[in-house]
Design a binder for this molecule. Structure first.
Ligand code: F6P
Length: 469
């Protein structure tokens, strides 16, 4: 494929866009860059949302980075202390709207961080996320004015509103182990943090339509329970809102495994649709018994309720057979084509050695650029194609409140693990994902935690092993 002078690839391998001379005409297409500006009082889960969004957009191939104003404030305090020898005090008073010196400094830090976001976007970044409270109209207007000076940067405001006392309580507790309070007496720290929030509340203005008719914004109320979207016009903003509206905080587990060994695995052949080998059937049986046990023992800490376990498999025979021992009366079992293995086109059913002999150039090209390499022949796919087809699966996994066991294939496991564990796309194509291995992912406030189990055909048991992926 050739790229003319007026083409560029907003997401290499996934989108190509032709542009004319007037870049402004394309402002709403995939191409332009975005600043996602967070809005909300402290302890409203902004940083949690930011981390998830960054992980999702990066996984889709958009170069995304988070810029946190609190980090800049802390760095600035240390630098000022070194320079002046004066202790910089960021207790609750610092956040009072009546403390004009501190307010000037806080606004300056936010604008400096925004300038950093813009410089990064102009240097090839795609989505910059400004993680701060941005809780007054005045501050937001300054952000809008600054971005308007750039030719192709769109803004999406994401306001997080939280009224659920349980979530607020948990967020407050989490703050106490964060960088501002971690070494302090917990009672004094909590009192100071509550006073900080009260100070923010005095000046807080929620986004409203009178602010600027044209701005794109969404309000996430109680972590996605309710979502309000306003004037969403750009592709990237649409992707963000769709993702955020499916998010939830339900405690559940996501389990991932390849199918049991197939006859083609025994022959070293890729792709195809062969049935399980006798060892594969044994794994399928052991898996069902192990999961039933795990399902009984997993209970949500808050409600002490066991979430329903749903089984999702690809539509290939080896994956369907691996789910055969789960009782459909007890488990909801779905087979979906989205989860089929990467399709190897003309190389389906061959061994790697055969590919190297028959198509040496193809073999070399794949080794050189495994993420972008697309297998030749009808329906042949690349890892980049696989990511695009898996994005509805990710959104559905974010939406569902059930625990899910996914029985799928090596390339799909790599792609899903890349999303959950924030593994760079180019690195994930070579992850070691052996057969007879089961991964469990649980969402924690500061990121996902992975456990790994191996099934031993000799010992006939699953053993928890070190989490190396
Ligand atoms: O060999 C098993 C398999 O699932 C093949 O069907 C698939 O083509 C391959 O693994 C994916 O791994 P890689 O991308 O490393 O070739």
């Amino acid at each position: 494929m050739t790229f003319g002078p007026n083409s560029w690839t907003p997401v290499p391998g996934a989108f190509i866009q032709k542009v004319g001379k007037d870049v402004h005409a394309y402002k709403n297409e995939i191409g332009p860059k975005a600043v996602v500006v967070m809005v909300g009082l402290p302890a409203r889960g902004k940083s949690y949302i930011v981390k998830k969004l960054k992980r999702y957009l990066s996984w889709l191939g958009f170069k995304t980075m988070v810029f946190n104003v609190g980090n800049r404030r802390r760095t600035c305090a240390v630098e000022t202390e070194i320079k002046t020898g004066c202790k910089q005090n960021h207790t609750s008073d610092f956040f009072s709207p009546n403390n004009s010196d501190a307010k000037t400094l806080r606004d300056q830090l936010a604008m400096d961080t925004l300038n950093e976001v813009i410089a990064w976007l102009n240097d090839g970044g795609k989505v910059g996320i400004l993680d701060a409270t941005n809780s007054t109209k005045e501050r937001r207007q300054r952000i809008i004015d600054r971005c308007a000076r750039e030719s192709d940067i769109n803004i999406l405001f994401v306001e997080s509103i939280c009224t659920d006392p349980k979530v607020l309580e948990r967020n407050m507790q989490l703050k106490l182990s964060g960088p501002d309070y971690r070494d302090q007496d917990s009672e004094a720290a909590l009192a100071d943090f509550q006073a900080r929030v009260t100070n923010y509340e005095k000046a807080y203005e929620t986004i409203d339509d009178e602010e600027d008719e044209d701005i794109q914004y969404c309000k996430i109320i109680n972590v996605g329970k309710k979502v309000i979207a306003h004037n969403i016009q750009t592709f990237l903003a649409g992707q963000c809102v769709f993702y955020l509206m499916n998010m939830n905080l339900a405690e559940r587990q996501i389990w991932l495994t390849r199918h049991g060994e197939s006859l083609d695995n025994q022959g070293g052949k890729i792709g195809g649709d062969s049935p399980l080998s006798p060892e594969g059937h044994e794994y399928a049986e052991a898996l069902a018994a192990f999961m039933a046990e795990k399902q009984r023992s997993f209970r949500c800490s808050e409600s002490n309720v066991q979430p329903q376990l749903t089984i999702w498999t690809s539509m290939l025979r080896r994956a369907v057979e691996t789910a055969e021992n789960f009782d459909p009366e007890e488990f909801d079992i779905k087979h979906m084509k989205f989860l089929n293995e990467i399709y190897a086109g003309v190389c389906e059913g061959m061994t790697y050695k055969e590919i190297q002999e028959k198509f040496p150039d193809e073999f070399k090209a794949r080794s050189a650029s495994k993420f972008y390499y697309r297998y030749p022949g009808m329906g042949g796919e690349s890892y980049c194609d696989v990511i695009q087809r898996l994005s509805p699966v990710i959104v559905e996994l974010e939406r569902t409140r059930n625990s899910v066991l996914i029985i799928t294939h090596r390339a799909i496991m790599r792609s899903l693990l890349a999303y959950f564990m924030d593994i760079p796309l180019r690195q994930m194509t070579n992850l070691e994902i052996p057969l007879n291995t089961l991964y469990c992912i649980e969402a924690k406030p500061y990121g996902n935690v992975l456990c790994k189990y191996e099934y031993s055909l000799d010992a006939k048991t699953f053993l928890q092993v070190e989490n190396t992926i």
